[in-house]
Design a protein around this ligand. Structure first.
Ligand SMILES: NC(=O)c1ccc[n+]([C@@H]2O[C@H](COP(=O)([O-])OP(=O)(O)OC[C@H]3O[C@@H](n4cnc5c(N)ncnc54)[C@H](OP(=O)(O)O)[C@@H]3O)[C@@H](O)[C@H]2O)c1
Length: 206
């Protein structure tokens, strides 16, 4: 299973506004790239934080493409019934922790993990549903988990020419490295000027 993380961030590494309020960072050129990436993915993964903050539809808008499976990581089953991911426009799976399964409109609810959703079980279940490539679109906490577990094959981040400043979520949240030897090492595979920003493509290693 190939796991690709994609996110847009400001020049100071923030992916939203102070307090987590949504901010559209991508310009038209980057949005086209994101749509292209969605169209080539079998599943798109977000955390419940992103569903509650942004209410994304997670649809591939390229005409004629097969819609990827929309995936929400939601241990406590808090996805609101009127969330766009539950609008029936594409298949959706909500992964919850053991004991928290409930009925969601237009979606499968799958228990995967004790206490918190287990990413390895999610990937295994998606594979069983025929997915071979997964695009992780956020947010910061989910991206942090995938990176820390060593599950990421490619990390794409588009840098917008804006500065958000303190108090806003960074590209990666969750427990950070306290010692230099604990930082996650990446290798820069490519840097490309795209639209008004820069697209950075990292792979594991360094
Ligand atoms: N710029 C961009 O490209 C971009 C893209 C997407 C989102 N965003 C922004 O990101 C922010 C949301 O980020 P966020 O960090 O608050 O939320 P998030 O990463 O979307 O969701 C985090 C939640 O996912 C759930 N989760 C379930 N299993 C998990 C696991 N194994 N590892 C980690 N999390 C797991 C946890 O809640 P439970 O324990 O309840 O399950 C966790 O609190 C918003 O401000 C949004 O605007 C920006």
């Amino acid at each position: 299973m190939r796991v690709v993380v994609n996110a847009a961030m400001s020049a100071d590494g923030k992916i939203a506004l102070r307090g987590g309020n949504p901010l559209t960072l991508s310009d038209d050129a980057d949005m086209r790239r994101v749509q292209d990436m969605r169209a080539k993915s079998d599943a798109i993964v977000v955390g419940i934080g992103t569903v509650l903050a942004d209410d994304p539809s997670l649809l591939a808008k390229t005409p004629g493409v097969k819609q990827p499976i929309r995936v929400v990581l939601d241990s406590k089953a808090q996805t609101p019934p009127n969330a766009r991911v539950l609008n029936g426009a594409a298949r959706t799976v909500v992964y919850v922790a053991k004991g928290n399964a409930r009925r969601f409109p237009n979606a499968d609810c799958v228990e995967a993990g004790e206490g918190r959703v287990d990413l390895r079980l999610v990937l295994r279940d998606l594979q069983a549903r025929g997915a071979q490539s997964v695009m992780v679109e956020g947010g910061a906490t989910v991206i942090g988990s995938f990176l820390r577990m060593g599950l990421v094959d490619d990390l794409y981040t588009w840098l917008a020419p804006v500065v958000v400043g303190g108090g806003a979520p960074s590209l990666v949240e969750g427990p950070g490295a306290e010692r230099a030897e604990h930082v996650l090492k990446l290798k820069l595979a490519e840097a490309t000027l795209l639209g008004k920003g820069v697209l950075l493509h990292y792979v594991p290693g360094g």
